[in-house]
Ligand binder design. Sequence first.
Ligand SMILES: [Zn+2]
Length: 239
Amino acid sequence: MRRRAGRYLGRRPIQIKPPRGVLSLSFDDIPASAWRAGGPVLGAHGLKATFYVCGGLAGGTNLDLPQFETEDLQALYADGHEVGCHTFEHVSSLAISPRVLEASWARNAAWVAERLDGAVMDTFAWPFGDCALEAKSGAARRFKLARGVRDGVNAGRADRTNLQAIGLESRRIPGYDFDALCAEAAQTNGWLIAYGHDVSDSPTPYGCTQRDIERLILSAKAAGLEILPVSRAFDRVTG
Ligand SMILES: [Zn+2]
């Protein structure tokens, strides 16, 4: 019920109208492999992605996988990738008050600025895709946009506080036709956003292989999509 409220109510409509369709690639939480195995695929294609960071996960483990080290974050940022906010503690907005969420955003912002030479994160990904209605106005104030995890191409009117995204996740990938999704983004002048987690030959249900990333990139190129990190894509799609 509360998930549906966050989806249907409190929308901040934007018109998606890029000169041509756009794809954005993003990685949440940042398992170490997202950068160490995903980065080379992006690099081979000369592409930049968005990495949604929780300062509180640095150097830790999640789903038995090592998370990024501060040096990974610094390396990807130095390489020109976008760093976006994913709360400090990786907490669901449905589990905390807007005030506590604001504090988490502020703590993550300070943590990142200290390590990335004053960098300011201007896009946000809802942890677990959980978008609480009462948290949307705060997200709209602090960020250009917030990204969820609901499938689909963003086209026409979209809610900038809960943008749709497909999962580069082994549990979801079999249900997708990358060529068809990219063709849809091209035909509608839409914006396809993908998010993943770990990257390896034996990914978790929430991760993918290097080949999966490669397949999506090739589909996007074949469809003539422009491939941009989320923040820059937002500027492009909103003119
Ligand atoms: Zn996450």
